[in-house]
Each structure stands twice: as structure tokens, then as C-alpha cells.
Design a protein around this ligand. Structure first.
Ligand code: IVH
Length: 678
């Protein structure tokens, strides 16, 4: 074998190993940069020798050609479902039921259990022959699923070849594995933000995002979606003897599949119940959705002998966590006026427990939503609380109406200041436009002092409201004129507390520009966006002199945000406020950049990039981020101001335009080189 081919094998081995460390064990041993270099070297050899490329090379995940439709796959054995238990008693009852079916001489006490998280995703079935992933399917109806091999190949935690690490026992001639594909919660939120920004439809929850991504006909889109798979069962195996579920899990792990680190083997049912109990709070701390615990009789022969009821095996059961949905009666609707003047309807409910927490208020989003769902006062409504999100009203149960329900009136005046309100153009919200509205002002001041913005400790809602009522504070700049004397007459203020607060307010004048910009509360400009803006504009004056177009070209800032920034800076009362803040000594220009760490020296500084086509390893989002991290910016289209066009496969009209304009066209490797040159 030639030295180059030998090197290619070595690289495949290494890249596969580092993939495994990163995606399966979440414990990488090299930096991203080192990994990238190995991958690129491999890609270079493969590009020079296309006939050497094998389907299990880690470069072959990027996604093949779009499909017309999915072929059908018959599962080698039915892909069963699970019965549910909703509390401890139901778990005990399950065990009692099956104890009666055990062979003579065996009792429930002889049983051991394997317990695993119940991942809230989508079942996938992976077929391996002589170690090679040859097929992957959805569950379908349990008998026949859909062939989604091309999509599953793009998921980094799905091995293309087993065993993944060298030194393990050889692969079985045939292995069919069952697992659950899921989305990480933070990635899910990121995906939705991205879809929203690009005007595409968002997903209702991570499970739908996983399902939608796996059922994509174009695997290149799936490749851009950060999916993962946990494996938990063997559907069929030839060439390995596995007697217990615990052995199955360990065998899967030894082959390089991702197996949850949270599994346990327990000897009695009370320990199982205790384990389930400990999960109630753990559940909220994980970066993926777990909707229960699956309890399985550890001994597989016993599981088999117990048989199936309908589609549920008797030998396993899902202990379901309390639902994050509940029903309650809508007693009233209150309206809160936000800092932007938006009128937010809030449901007042009969107290109800949702997922372990008592809920009395839930958001109704906006009045258009109320009308569309036809929610009325007196209705029995469904409520959902997902993770740490504010509970919201899903909709009414219309069948439970008795005719006494009344419509929720759409407000015509502001509940705080009494001024007329108006519906915003192109938007669902209703707004109070009175710049002096006390409720808006209170929310604006609260936002200004909040942790994400100026971080002034000691100014709670009650004090803010008192300061506004007394006329001492008419905008956030007035805070800086407050003296201890002003505060002393307020409820709960003694000399020391008053002095401390005044000092805290004065100290805040030196906060970094990003915080000041956040505190202004411009629609769409939270802490992250403010940071992006500050990196680009050295002062509030520079930002206010910018154009909407220029602002739009910054990552993550769509036309809405750009427009709202321009509008904010063009309003007279805001210009006055800025002047007042400047006079008060609040920072309006960026701090010195010199203290920034050395590694931030940037090769792409000030360069404008456009991107087209499919890049070999980076998604568009990743490429954009990488460029920005190194000081460049990415625009949506090619113009005379573009410095480089980053071009992948299947480039579109941008490439033609770039060539016409004489703009330099580079590939991903060239981008890495530019960055490396820093
Ligand atoms: S075992 C006979 N284990 O939950 C084996 N299922 O509600 C039956 N699920 O369709 C499945 N995590 O998609 C099993 N650790 C786990 C699971 C799990 C999630 C899903 C699976 C199943 C559904 C049943």
C-alpha cells in the first residue's frame, strides 16, 4: 500500500476517534483546530484520489443528493411501544401484574431492573452488516418504516462503522440497533431563531425539530441540523450472546454507540421508584428533553417470556413525569404594559399544578392570538409549561362551555395612562405610544437597572414606582440626579441605604457601552445583539449615524431589528435622552480596545464576505460565525463592497456576479488558511 494511502487510513482512524470523543463521549482530547487540520488533510487526499473514498470515511457525512421520496423498510422484528405508569403505585402494580406470570419458583424479588431516561425524540433503527452502517429507518407503524439512511449518516454520533474505536471485539455479522434521535435544547432554540430570522417556519418543540430534520428529503439540510442519537436496544443480532439489558447497553457502548450515562441497574422496585423520584428535578437541568424513565426487566429471556399486550411489551414500562400540560379555568384577563408600550394580556387562572409547580398566571401572547383561538373568560383552558419558559395558554376546551363564557374585550385605551392605544402595522401587537406612560416608564427603568443592562442593585419595582409617582424620575437619565435626600422620604429608606443606592447609581456610569446600549431597551436589541453592535460601532453616535442597510449586514440582525434601531435613534425624545445621559456622565463611547486578548488579533478585520453554495465541512451559520469571530462580516448578497465570496459546491448566481465584479472567490480551505495566518 502506498504511503499516501496508508496515511489516509490513519487519518480516517484519527478523525473517527476524535468524532467519537466529541459527539459520543462529550470528552474531546484535541482542540477543534487540531481536529480541523486532520479532517482537511484527509479531505485533500480523498480529493486527489476519488476512487479511494470509502462510504464509512468521516468525510462522507455531509449529505448526499436530495431524494424524490423515502423508500419503505420492513423492520426485522416489530418495533414495539411501551405502557405507561403515572405514579409510584402504578409502578408497583405493574410489577405485581407480571409477578403472577413468572415461571414457577420465581418471584418479583428475584428480578433486577435496568432503568434509563426516556428520551423525548424520534425512534430510529440502524442496520449494520459486518460493522458497516447499511440502512437506517424511522419507526413508521412499527412494522414498516421509512428509509432515512442518507439523513442518519449526517448525525455525528451515529457510527458509520463499528466498532468505532480500535481494540474492541470485532463487529457482529449483523446488528440492528434501536435508538432515539433528539435535538439539544440550546441548539433547538438557536435553530428556531435562525429560521425566524430567515423568514422560515419555526418548530413547536425539539421533538418536532428532530422529526422534521430527519424527514428532510435533502440530506444536506439534515447535515446542518445538530441532531444526536442515544441507543438503548438491540432489535436483532447475529454473532453475539447477550443475556441482559445491562449487557446490551454495555455492548452497544463498547461498539461506540452513544449510550446515556444516566442508566442504572437496580435490584428492587423500591430503589427503582427512588431513582425515578430523583429525576423530577434533574430533568430541568439537562440539555435535552426527558419525559420519563423506562424501567426494563433486566433479564432478556424473562422479558421475552412475559410477551406483549397490543404493542406494549409486559417486561418494560415507562414511568412518565408529570405532564407539563394541565387544564384550568380562565377567571380573568389582566393587561400589562411592557417597556416598549406593548399591551400583554395575562390569564388569571384557578390555581393548578403543572409539571410540579402551581400556576396561577399564564401568558395569552397577544389579542390576535386570543381571537384566533377564540379564548373566552370562563373557559376551561389548556396550559403548558415547558422547561423554564413562562406558562402559556394553549387554547380553550370548547366542548366544556356552558354558555356563560364572555369574550375578552380588545383594549382601546392604555390600562396604565388611559391614552388611546393602536395596533402596530405588520404586527400582531397593540401599543400605547404615550412616551410619558407611567407603566412603560417603570418597566424601562427596571430594565435599565437589570442585571443584563446597568446592573444597579437596590432598585426594586416598588421604589421605581414611588420615584415615578413622586415625579423625581421621568426618564432613566433622571436616576443620575437623585440624592440621598430625595430617597429618604421613600418607604423603607434610612440614611445608609439611601447613600448606598445613590453610590450604586453613580458607579454604573462606567459600565461598558454594550450594557448601556442594552439598557436603552431598543426592540430587538438584547445583550447579545448589543454586543455585536458595539464590536462594530465604537460609540452611540456612530451607531445612530449608520444606515439600516449597514446594520442589517451584521449577523443575526434582520430588517426588523435594523429598522427598530434606526427608528429609535431618529425619535426626538430619544435623542434628548442620549444627550441627558451624556451630560450625566454615562458612557456613550466604547472602552479602549487595547485590553482585548492577543488572540483576538484579526486577519479578516473589516473584510466583507458573502457565502454561496454548500461548503464541505461548515454550515453557513458556522462559516458566518467563524468569519465574525475573526473580525470579518458577512453580507447576504454580493456587491461592489464585497471583498471575498466564500464558495462551496452548487454555487448560484452570486458566483457569476462576483466574477463579473472581479471579486476574489475563495473556498473553505482558503478561508481556514486566512485565519491560520493570524
Ligand atoms: S424501550 C421494547 N427505552 O419511548 C422496547 N424506549 O413511549 C420499547 N424511548 O417508542 C422501547 N427512550 O421511542 C425504550 N430508553 C428508552 C427510550 C425509549 C425513549 C421511546 C421509544 C418508544 C417510546 C415509548
Amino acid at each position: 500500500m502506498s504511503a499516501e494511502r496508508e496515511r489516509m487510513r490513519e487519518l480516517i482512524e484519527q478523525v473517527r476517534f476524535h468524532n467519537y470523543r466529541y459527539y459520543v463521549l462529550a470528552d474531546p482530547v484535541v482542540s477543534d483546530r487540531e481536529y480541523d487540520l486532520l479532517l482537511r488533510e484527509l479531505q485533500a487526499i480523498e480529493a486527489a484520489h476519488p476512487d479511494w473514498v470509502s462510504p464509512d470515511s468521516p468525510t462522507q457525512r455531509a449529505g448526499g443528493q436530495p431524494l424524490e421520496g423515502f423508500a419503505k423498510v420492513r423492520h426485522p422484528r416489530p418495533i414495539l411501544s411501551l405502557g405507561n405508569a403515572f405514579d409510584d403505585e402504578e409502578v408497583r402494580a405493574w410489577l405485581e401484574r407480571i409477578a403472577r406470570l413468572l415461571p414457577e419458583g420465581q418471584t418479583a424479588r428475584d428480578l433486577a431492573f435496568a432503568v434509563e431516561p426516556k428520551f423525548d425524540g424520534l425512534t430510529v433503527v440502524l442496520h449494520y452488516e459486518d460493522g458497516l452502517l447499511i440502512r437506517g429507518a424511522t419507526r413508521g407503524d412499527g412494522e414498516i418504516g421509512e428509509d432515512i439512511t442518507a439523513n442518519l449518516r449526517t448525525i455525528p454520533s451515529v457510527p458509520l462503522r463499528i466498532p468505532v474505536t480500535t481494540g474492541s471485539q470485532p463487529p457482529p455479522p449483523r446488528l440492528v440497533v434501536r435508538g432515539e434521535a433528539y435535538f439539544f435544547l440550546d441548539q433547538f432554540q438557536r435553530l428556531n431563531r435562525w429560521l425566524e430570522e430567515t423568514g422560515e417556519k419555526t418548530f413547536a418543540n425539539p421533538r418536532n425539530a428532530a422529526a422534521g430534520s430527519l424527514r428532510q428529503l435533502d440530506p444536506r439540510i439534515t447535515a446542518q441540523r445538530p441532531l444526536s442519537v442515544f441507543c438503548y436496544a438491540i432489535v436483532q443480532v447475529e454473532g453475539a450472546e447477550l443475556g441482559t439489558q445491562w449487557e446490551v447497553l454495555n455492548y452497544l457502548r463498547s461498539m461506540g454507540f452513544a449510550v446515556s450515562p444516566e442508566i442504572a441497574r437496580l435490584d428492587d422496585i423500591e430503589a427503582v421508584i427512588e431513582y425515578c423520584g430523583t429525576w423530577m428535578s434533574r430533568r430541568d437541568t439537562l440539555n435535552y428533553e426527558v419525559d420519563g424513565i423506562v424501567i426494563k426487566i433486566d433479564d432478556l429471556a424473562t422479558q421475552d417470556a412475559l410477551g406483549v399486550v397490543g404493542k406494549d411489551p409486559r417486561g418494560a414500562i415507562a414511568f412518565k413525569f408529570p405532564a407539563r400540560e394541565a387544564t384550568s379555568r380562565l377567571i380573568d384577563v389582566t393587561i400589562n404594559v411592557g417597556r416598549t408600550g406593548s399591551l400583554a394580556p395575562t390569564a388569571v387562572l384557578e390555581p393548578v399544578e403543572v409539571g410540579g409547580i402551581t400556576v396561577q398566571h399564564a401568558t395569552l401572547h397577544n389579542f390576535e392570538d386570543i381571537a384566533r383561538k377564540d379564548i373566552r373568560i370562563g373557559d376551561v383552558v389548556r396550559i403548558k409549561r415547558a422547561g423554564d419558559v413562562i406558562p402559556y395558554v394553549i387554547g380553550p376546551i370548547v366542548d366544556l362551555r356552558d354558555g356563560s363564557e364572555s369574550e375578552i374585550p380588545v383594549p382601546t385605551t392604555c390600562p396604565s395612562c388611559g391614552e388611546p392605544v393602536a395596533k402596530a402595522e405588520d404586527e400582531v401587537g397593540i401599543y400605547c405610544h404615550n412616551a410619558a406612560c407611567p407603566s412603560q416608564l417603570a418597566r424601562r427603568v427596571e430594565y435599565w437597572v437589570s442585571r443584563a443592562a446597568m446592573d444597579i442593585v437596590g432598585l426594586g419595582t416598588r421604589i421605581v414606582e414611588q420615584l415615578i409617582d413622586s415625579g423625581l424620575v421621568r426618564d432613566v437619565a433622571d436616576l443620575y440626579a437623585l440624592t440621598a435626600q430625595d430617597l429618604l422620604p421613600m418607604e423603607g429608606f434610612a440614611e445608609k441605604k439611601a447613600r448606598n443606592l445613590v453610590e450604586a447609581i453613580q458607579d454604573s456610569r462606567q459600565r461598558p457601552l454594550g450594557r448601556v446600549l442594552t439598557g436603552l431597551g431598543i426592540q430587538g436589541v438584547g445583550a447579545t445583539v448589543a454586543q455585536l453592535l458595539v464590536e462594530r460601532y465604537p460609540s452611540l453616535d456612530a451607531l445612530s449615524a449608520s444606515s439600516g442597510e449597514e446594520i442589517e449586514s451584521i449577523l443575526g440582525l434582520g430588517p426588523h431589528t435594523a429598522h427598530s434601531i434606526i427608528e429609535w435613534f431618529s425619535a426626538d425624545h430619544n435623542r434628548l435622552l442620549l444627550e441627558k445621559l451624556r451630560q450625566a456622565g454615562v458612557r456613550v463611547t466604547a472602552e479602549e480596545r487595547a485590553q482585548q486578548p492577543e488572540r483576538m488579533t484579526i486577519s479578516l478585520t473589516g473584510r466583507a464576505f458573502a457565502i454561496t453554495g454548500t461548503l464541505p465541512t461548515l454550515s453557513r451559520e458556522e462559516a458566518t460565525e467563524l468569519i465574525q469571530q475573526h473580525g470579518g462580516r458577512v453580507t447576504g448578497s454580493v456587491s461592489a463592497k464585497t471583498d471575498y465570496l466564500l464558495c462551496g459546491e452548487k454555487a448560484g448566481s452570486k458566483r457569476t456576479k462576483a466574477e463579473q465584479l472581479g471579486i476574489q472567490v475563495i473556498d473553505e480551505a482558503a478561508l481556514f488558511d486566512m485565519i491560520k495566518g493570524t
